[in-house]
Design a protein around this ligand. Structure first.
Ligand SMILES: [Zn+2]
Ligand SMILES: [Zn+2]
Length: 190
């Protein structure tokens, strides 16, 4: 299964899709919204400001082309590493070192791959949603969210799927692109 940026210069294969994914998740948190606004890609947010994320394990990911297009953004010095491409400004993945979680954004998947996954499995952080989030969306995280995500994380830890990650160097800590940390004004524009 291949994913790609919008222009196709960056391509990667997910070697265990759809087996190793918890499926379609939607996050309404203010950080995900700030990030896409900063990239000027808020066109990718849904009507309620949600970001679709379809995670994979880092060790199941193989970059096929366009590694040099990757750029990295952090909302704060300790923030999650958010990778996008310089070629066509596509947000690709949000991830951290040594965690079995590569949160690929919905926009890198083909419509067909998304169809294969069926319905959205869970929505989280509804307190930041614009307007009224779909019914059943919790303010933060609920049991349904935990039950969707925790088995994936536990299995990933057990099977050591955090490394190797194509988004970090061999030291398993340094991101493959030098992160740019947003200023407060960039993170919270007027
Ligand atoms: Zn591109
Ligand atoms: Zn979020």
């Amino acid at each position: 299964m291949e994913i790609q940026c919008q222009c196709g210069q960056f391509r990667a294969s997910l070697n265990a899709f759809p087996k190793n994914t918890p499926g379609r998740l939607v996050c309404y948190c203010d950080d995900c919204q700030s990030y896409l606004r900063y990239l000027k890609r808020d066109d990718l947010l849904d009507a309620n400001g949600g970001t679709q994320v379809i995670p994979a394990y880092p060790s199941d990911v193989e970059i096929l082309s366009g590694q040099e297009t990757l750029q990295c953004t952090r909302l704060s010095p300790k923030g999650i590493f958010r990778f996008s491409t310089s070629c066509c400004n596509t947000p690709i993945v949000n991830t951290r070192p040594n965690e079995p979680w590569a949160g690929f954004l919905g926009c890198v998947y083909s419509p067909d791959a998304i169809r294969r996954l069926g319905q959205v499995r869970c929505r989280i952080m509804g307190r930041y949603a614009k307007g009224t989030a779909p019914p059943g969306t919790p303010d933060k995280l609920n049991l349904k969210g935990l039950l969707t995500v925790m088995p994936f994380i536990l299995k990933g830890k057990l099977l050591k799927k955090a490394n190797p990650s194509p988004f970090f160097n061999k030291d398993e800590l340094t991101p493959v692109a030098v992160p740019y940390v947003l200023t407060k004004a960039e993170r919270w524009p007027e």
